[in-house]
Design a protein around this ligand. Structure first.
Ligand SMILES: O=C(CO)COP(=O)(O)O
Length: 252
C-alpha cells in the first residue's frame, strides 16, 4: 500500500499572456470550488511573466503555483535570470529544474540542475527534478543507465521525500503525442526508485514522488497513473485547457 499522494502538475511552458493565465488559473480554482476534490495535489507552473498574477488568482485555494526554472545563485549579476527566493517570495511552493527543454536550449548539465535544485531547497521550495532519455539513447538500449546517471548527477544535497519530486520525461514523448507505454513508464520509474533507494535509503525512496511527463492526456492518464511507481504527472499541452487538466486530475 503506497502512502504517496499523487501530484498533477501543469507546465505551461512559454505560453500565455495575462488574460490566458488568469482564465486558466481561475478555471481550475472554480473547479476546486464546485466539483468533488480529486485525490491528488494540484500545481500549475506558469511562465515567470505570469507567476505573480497567477499566485494572486489562486491565493487561498488548494492549487499550488511553481516556477519553471530558477538560478543557482541567490542573487547577483545574472541578467534575465530569476532567483529561487524571488519565486518563493511571489508565492511559489515548487520549481521545476532540469527540464529537457532547458537542458537542450540552455546547455544545462546535471551539475547545473543539481545546483538549481539546491537553490530551490534553500529558498524553502520543493524541487521537481526532471530527467529522461532521448529517442537515440532509448534505441541504443541506454534508457535505464541514462536515467540513473542523470538522477545521480541532478539530485540535490539534502534531498528528501518532502522537498524533492522526480519527473521522468522521456524526451521523445514530450509534445509529440507519442506517450510511453505503461510497461515503458513502469520500467523506468521502478529503476529510478531503485536508484533512490541506493542514494537515500528505502524509507525516503518509498515516500518520494516520481511523476511521468510526456504527452499525458485525459485518455491515457488513468492507465499511467495506476502504475505502482507513477505518482503523478507533469503535463504540458493538456495543462493549457482547464477541462483536460481537470480530467487528468480526476484520473488519480
Ligand atoms: O514537457 C512536458 C511537461 O514538462 C510534457 O509536455 P507535453 O505534455 O506537451 O508532452
Amino acid at each position: 500500500m503506497t502512502t504517496r499522494r499523487k501530484l498533477i502538475a501543469g507546465n505551461w511552458k512559454m505560453n500565455g499572456l495575462k488574460a490566458d493565465g488568469l482564465a486558466l488559473a481561475r478555471g481550475i480554482v472554480d473547479k476546486l470550488k464546485t466539483a468533488p476534490a480529486p485525490a491528488c495535489d494540484l500545481l500549475v507552473c506558469p511562465p515567470t511573466s505570469l507567476v505573480a498574477l497567477v499566485a494572486e488568482a489562486v491565493g487561498g485555494s488548494a492549487l499550488a503555483v511553481g516556477g519553471q526554472d530558477c538560478h543557482a545563485k541567490a542573487s547577483g549579476a545574472h541578467t534575465g535570470d530569476t532567483a529561487a527566493v524571488a519565486l518563493a517570495d511571489l508565492g511559489c511552493a515548487y520549481v521545476i529544474v532540469g527540464h529537457s527543454e532547458r537542458r537542450t536550449d540552455h546547455a544545462e548539465t546535471d551539475a547545473v540542475v543539481k545546483a538549481k535544485a539546491e537553490a530551490a531547497l534553500a529558498a524553502g521550495m520543493i524541487a521537481i527534478v526532471c530527467i529522461g532519455e532521448t529517442l537515440a539513447q532509448r534505441d541504443a538500449g541506454q534508457t535505464i543507465e541514462i536515467n540513473r546517471s542523470q538522477l545521480r548527477g541532478s539530485l540535490p544535497e539534502g534531498s528528501n521525500a518532502t522537498n524533492t519530486v522526480i519527473a521522468y520525461e522521456p524526451v521523445w514523448a514530450i509534445g509529440t503525442g507519442r506517450v510511453a507505454t505503461p510497461a515503458q513508464a513502469q520500467e523506468v520509474h521502478a529503476a529510478i526508485r531503485a536508484e533512490l533507494v541506493q542514494k537515500l535509503g528505502a524509507d525516503t525512496a518509498g515516500r518520494m514522488r516520481i511523476l511521468y511527463g510526456g504527452s499525458m492526456k485525459p485518455d491515457n492518464a488513468k492507465e499511467l497513473l495506476a502504475l505502482p511507481d507513477v505518482d503523478g504527472g507533469l503535463i504540458g499541452g493538456a495543462a493549457l485547457k482547464v477541462a483536460d487538466f481537470w480530467a487528468i486530475a480526476e484520473s488519480c
